[in-house]
Design a protein around this ligand. Structure first.
Ligand code: NAD
Ligand code: UD1
Length: 348
């Protein structure tokens, strides 16, 4: 089976490509490399070979050619996207491509609406033209309203987003619901990711944010590597066990495996279905920091500062729908997440 990954050179897409290759799928990647380096193409292949060699059923040699093709281009370019569907016999699509920096989306809303929604509309039209109606979309826990009770399940209130990035995810979910309502042949899964962290155990692929990171884990990595002086812990007066914010961190390899599970689900379901990908376990900022220092035996300097605008105290998933429908649940814990995040940082 051949799967098209838009944005497949990015953080989550690259890990999903590796999982798909080592599970026997053929993979086609399309990316404009606006947030990825082309060197990742080769590293995806090396990471997949590493994984197949170490854990695969059939050991392979370094000379084996893996079934993956890379296209360099923009998903908003309909002619280009159409040419991919003509050249490749695509069975299903995983749509990762998009811009994802919350702060930047507030400064550049038009770029975010244009890129995220524009790419989705072009993709949907090309898929429809080629009668390919199986799609997994990268949504986010950010679509849930801030005033929900925890844990968040798929029926929790959505909307009231606080930034254009969140609105693009919310709006795309609405578009996909509309498409699936109008044409019953579509099978769509809206995967709502919680907080993906970590990296591939080979150390070959991982998270590479441009500039100074906004998210906690890449920031901790840079402080530990002495590329940044200290971590600002945004508030210690939240109603949590140690006063710092609590989130549902999920290892990116677990998340990638969730996509493989969702692909099977596409074939036993119709309509558009939202499904959380989280662990159901919340950790505080200090939990993350302490685990990182202990497991990796490194120092992470930090200072307690004011709360970050827009942050909430606690966010974590109810992951039971994924377990029931996708037959998937996260397997890796906090130690794996902090070890692998640092493993990528020191190797690259
Ligand atoms: P990423 O930036 O690493 O990957 C996205 C990839 O899409 C990049 O390689 C980028 O070059 C590419 N891209 C962007 N616009 C494109 C376009 N118009 N045409 C072709 N390629 C394009 O991000 P990620 O962390 O891997 O996230 C993947 C998806 O998951 C995104 O849609 C993101 O919004 C969503 N998501 C991410 C997180 C997270 O914390 N990482 C959480 C929730 C949802
Ligand atoms: C961010 C995004 C959200 C996205 C989610 C998953 C923002 C405002 N929100 O949320 O849209 O869905 O990532 O990718 O960016 N923290 C610090 N110091 C730091 C960085 C973070 O103390 O330098 C704290 C935060 O206050 C929070 C926790 O660490 O309590 C996690 O922060 P972050 O990694 O940015 O994720 P989210 O806030 O969940």
């Amino acid at each position: 089976m051949k799967i098209l990954l838009t944005g497949g050179a990015g953080f989550i897409g690259s890990h999903t490509a590796v999982e798909l290759l080592s599970s026997g799928f053929e993979v086609v990647v399309v990316d404009n490399y606006s947030n990825a380096d082309v060197s990742v193409n080769d590293r995806i292949i090396q990471a997949a070979k590493w994984q197949i060699k170490n854990f695969g059923e059939k050991p392979k040699t370094d000379n084996d050619v893996l079934p993956i093709t890379f296209y360099y281009g923009d998903c908003r370019d309909g002619v280009f996207m159409d040419s991919i569907f003509r050249e490749q016999e695509i069975d299903a699509v995983i749509h990762f491509a998009g811009l994802k920096a919350v702060g930047e989306s507030v400064e550049k809303p038009l770029e975010y609406y244009d890129n995220n929604i524009g790419s989705t509309l072009v993709l949907l039209n090309v898929m429809k033209d080629h009668n390919i109606k199986k799609l997994i979309f990268s949504s986010s826990a950010t679509v849930y309203s801030a005033d929900n009770q925890m844990p968040l399940d798929e029926n929790s209130q959505t909307g009231n987003c606080t930034n254009p990035y969140g609105w693009t995810k919310y709006m795309i979910e609405q578009i996909l619901q509309g498409v699936a309502t109008a044409d019953k042949e579509w099978s769509i899964v809206l995967l709502r990711y919680f907080n993906p962290v970590g990296a591939h155990a080979s150390g070959l692929i991982g998270e590479e944010p441009n500039g100074i990171p906004n998210n906690l884990m890449p920031y901790i990595c840079r402080v530990a590597a002495k590329k940044l002086p200290k971590l600002n812990v945004f508030g210690n007066d939240y109603p949590t066990k140690d006063g710092t914010g609590v989130r549902d961190y999920i290892h990116v390899v677990d998340l990638a495996k969730g996509h493989v599970a969702a692909l099977s689900y596409l074939y036993r379901h119709n309509g558009a279905e939202a499904i959380n990908l989280g662990t159901g376990q919340g950790y505080s900022v200090l939990d993350m920091l302490n685990a990182f220092e202990k497991v990796n035996n490194v120092k992470v300097s930090y200072e307690i500062t004011a709360r970050r605008a827009g942050d909430v105290a606690v966010v974590y998933a109810n992951p039971s729908k994924a377990k029931k429908e996708l037959l998937w649940e996260a397997e890796m814990g906090l130690e794996d997440m902090v070890r692998d995040a640092w493993g990528y940082m020191v190797k690259k």
